[in-house]
Design a protein around this ligand. Sequence first.
Ligand SMILES: O=C(O)CCC(=O)C(=O)O
Length: 277
Amino acid sequence: MTCILQPDQIEAFHRDGYVIVKSMFDAEETALLRRAMEEDPEIQDHILVRADGEGGGTKIALWNRAGSSVYGLAARCERMVDTAAELLGGEVYHYQSKLTAKDAGGGGAWEWHQDYGYWYYNGCLMPQLVSCMIALDHTTPENGCLQFLKGSHQLGRCDHVQLTPEQNCIDPEVVSAAETRLDRVHAELEPGDVVIFHCNLFHRSNQNLSDKRRWTLIICYNRVDNDTYKRIDDRYFVPLEKVDDGAIKRAGLKLADGQNGEHFTSKPYVPDVREAG
Ligand SMILES: O=C(O)CCC(=O)C(=O)O
């Protein structure tokens, strides 16, 4: 196991619901990932715009399998996989990857939500998933970095309501109550930093009204024994073939091969919480 976290960082993740790992990817690796997001025709062909309820929208691209592209290798490399496995307490598989691209002066907001508020409906019985957001640009309060309610993962899965047909958010009454008791923190990141957060952590982000772009790549893992019990899409368990950490640089700017081995999706999965409730 090559979990890159120190014991105090592991403790912080369990206490606060997140941990920031500085320079988890170096400048060369980050540049490769950034260029892949910008230049891969498969990514560009699968860009969706997610309406934010404030009149804006975020560009996203979603895929469910980690292939042999440079970004597939980032999801499969030891330092990522072993760190996720350490935090979740067991073997993991790649659940989903996502580009969230907020362009300067236009990127959309995300309202308070828990990832498990969505993923539960996909058939994951336990909140045993983590998201690893890799900063491709500086992320700051001005350009719409992630915000968390520190420790909110300890509240368990909360009710969500529909905000737009493409976005659910946590019941505003619950958010207001939680905000009186928990601190709001901003995840300011430099390119190559990674913030790893628990699937029940409340998180949101503002529109990007600045003149600085904010693109990030989010890679999510599920614990193998928490495989989806239903097969409504293809985020169920498939073995993850781990690669060594040098694989990213050896691959260089390797893009997807165009055969859709990555299982790009054509629309985000948004559970109908009106029915579910
Ligand atoms: O990109 C962002 O600011 C938020 C992304 C997010 O919350 C998500 O993908 O669940």
